[in-house]
Design a protein around this ligand. Structure first.
Ligand SMILES: NC(=O)c1ccc[n+]([C@@H]2O[C@H](COP(=O)([O-])OP(=O)(O)OC[C@H]3O[C@@H](n4cnc5c(N)ncnc54)[C@H](OP(=O)(O)O)[C@@H]3O)[C@@H](O)[C@H]2O)c1
Length: 276
């Protein structure tokens, strides 16, 4: 697996595996097969209610623990400093691991306005060795600027909704200017009509690849880390087979033109939308 270097010196795999809705024994099996196939970045969250089976899949896997980057996220209802610390401890314990590699604030919830306090908890948990790298999710530039101003610590990662229908050009530029790696959630648009798009289909035919592989390669060439979720082993494999071809600058530009201001899958604009 190819890696990026984070602004804190640690490595981050260039492609990850999403686990939303992978729960229970079946979920553990699917996460286990992803590890077997070669995924080394696993994305979870306190709110997915699957930290237990993610940890179990990691424990049962033959892949050494230190080669896996496991992520979880702090839910909006626990942004108060002390609650945030306890939630991080709960995440680590549920996973059955000694530490987590990456912990993100799941949503900024700006109306509640407690995300700076939550960030201070992540900074301290990192200092105490409970988590290795710290980051955010769904943070807009103004939220990140506030973290920097009030704590002096920038996130290593910002995980945002990003796919060809909503390509986040401005946010990516901002993240890059702060040496923050952008991760893409719903990188396949949750398998909506994006996967039937005629423009991408034409590019796929040229390269003898699938539409999904073209989309994931586009993410890779933008310097973004996609974390596609796939239940089926064959799809998990296909989604990693993106390192043996290159899209031209024209093809990248053509896909970039598909982005629309209203291209979010469920209109979850972090300036207004809050999640707890
Ligand atoms: N931070 C946040 O606020 C946030 C929000 C949403 C998601 N996430 C994270 O991002 C991850 C990915 O996003 P997502 O799960 O919403 O959507 P996604 O990865 O864009 O799409 C998942 C869908 O694509 C299908 N799929 C995967 N590979 C395929 C292939 N090769 N061919 C055809 N279909 C394929 C999957 O089907 P099957 O599963 O049936 O195989 C599933 O229905 C989540 O699992 C979660 O970890 C984070």
């Amino acid at each position: 697996m190819e890696m990026y270097q984070l602004n804190d010196g640690f490595d981050l795999p260039k492609v990850g595996f999403g686990t939303y809705r992978l729960n229970g024994t079946a979920g553990a099996r699917r996460i286990g097969s992803a590890l077997n196939i070669g995924y080394r970045l696993i994305d979870s969250a306190f709110n997915y209610e699957n930290e237990g089976v993610v940890g179990q899949a990691i424990k049962n896997s033959s892949v050494p623990r230190d080669q896996i980057t496991v992520t979880s996220k702090l839910p909006g209802r626990h942004h108060h400093y002390q609650e945030a610390l306890e939630t991080i401890q709960e995440s680590v314990t549920r996973m059955g691991l000694d530490y987590l590699d990456l912990y993100l604030i799941h949503w900024p919830n700006p109306q509640k306005d407690l995300y700076v306090e939550a960030w201070q908890a992540l900074i301290d948990a990192q200092r105490w060795g409970w988590i290795r790298s710290i980051g955010v999710s769904n943070f807009l530039p103004e939220h990140i600027e506030r973290l920097e101003k009030e704590t002096g610590v920038l996130p290593a990662v910002n995980q945002v909704e990003l796919h060809p229908f909503f390509n986040q050009a401005e946010q990516r530029k901002f993240d890059a200017s702060k040496k923050i790696i952008t991760e893409a959630w719903s990188p396949l648009g949750r398998a909506n009509d994006l996967l039937q798009n005629e423009t991408i289909k034409e590019i796929a035919t040229t390269h003898h690849k699938s539409i999904v592989q073209i989309i994931l390669r586009w993410h890779l060439q933008l310097g973004v880390v996609p974390i596609p979720k796939a239940s089926h082993v064959s799809r998990q494999q296909d989604n990693l087979a993106i390192f043996d071809f290159t899209l031209s600058n024209e093809e990248i530009a053509t896909i970039n033109q598909l982005s629309r201001a209203d291209g979010r899958t469920f209109d979850q604009d972090p300036a207004r939308y809050e999640e707890f």
